[in-house]
Design a protein around this ligand. Sequence first.
Ligand SMILES: Nc1ncnc2c1ncn2[C@@H]1O[C@H](COP(=O)(O)OP(=O)(O)OP(=O)(O)O)[C@@H](O)[C@H]1O
Ligand SMILES: [Mg+2]
Length: 356
Amino acid sequence: MNRDDPTDSPAEDRLVGSVADREDQAVEAALRPKDLGEFIGQEKVREQLDLVLRAARARGATADHVLLSGAPGLGKTTLSMIIAAEMGAPIRITSGPAIQHAGDLAAILSSLQEGEVLFLDEIHRMSRPAEEMLYMAMEDFRVDVIVGKGPGATAIPLELPPFTLVGATTRAGLLPPPLRDRFGFTAHMEFYEPHELERVVHRSASLLDVGVEGEGAAEIAGRSRGTPRIANRLLRRVRDYAQVKADGRITQEIASAALAVYEVDARGLDRLDRAVLEALLKLFGGGPVGLSTLAVAVGEERETVEEVAEPFLVREGLLARTPRGRVATPAAWAHLGLTPPRQAGTGNGQQDLFGT
Ligand SMILES: Nc1ncnc2c1ncn2[C@@H]1O[C@H](COP(=O)(O)OP(=O)(O)OP(=O)(O)O)[C@@H](O)[C@H]1O
Ligand SMILES: [Mg+2]
């Protein structure tokens, strides 16, 4: 499996997976908010970024380097483009895995225009030598280009025009402190509230020219796992259903029927998420059970359960990872409509658990 290709991951065929698929990539460009005013939610980040950019503009200076951290699909790439647009600057887009050698980075840096925004996606996956070159470039707008090999090699210092580095990472914890410290501003993006996702759905629906009622948008938002990318994806699937089965308008009934067809439940869990929970509750009495055992029980790879299903289940408070294994929370029992063993009456409870 090619780990650098986001479409080649276990999350690929999941309607609620947060990794972008090919269709997303095509549609996302059209749905991206173009300026801070259009960007929904993330109030704190927006307010802080607005100050940083306004102040830089007023000084006629290049904006400070910005680090954007947060889960996939929350708007990091979108914000990087907004930063460039708000500064009236061009943007160059690259990513950590694309920079294999320090020389690749030197080539990019030395071709930047003054004030340009360099967007470095997945910055935590850059190679060590490139990272060290970046330290100097960020701080002193200078790189040392090494010419020649062995004892005769010489470092030629190269002045760079001032630029703004926008780094994005889903794993801020993996960034070495010297790199993290060189950003003037760090924005941590949170998952979105349902009412914010409703606005995302309304905005996207109007761009896609789809009619959606308030309750229809709320239905989609509530199942979108706090993630605009998923909200946009579910909206497109519900639109398909509305076109084929009704008059194209998205009502609450249509949204809910459509998402039932796609097996996305009221809380945003899909087939895999529910399979993991059901196995945990019905086969292992709520745990603790080891990850490998749980994976075998649902017929999936260990990694798929751990990386694809668990993060959301943990975040939703349905599953806990403990040193002794995976444990279901009371909310998990409630979500699947089952009775936890301790509260169950002796005979009936066991039947509830294992009988069906
Ligand atoms: N605040 C927002 N308001 C409206 N739409 C948004 C917002 N944030 C993200 N989106 C939409 O969600 C989609 C995904 O956003 P984006 O590509 O910026 O996420 P990302 O954080 O870069 O994800 P990844 O980590 O996978 O690269 C885009 O189509 C974008 O239009
Ligand atoms: Mg991105």
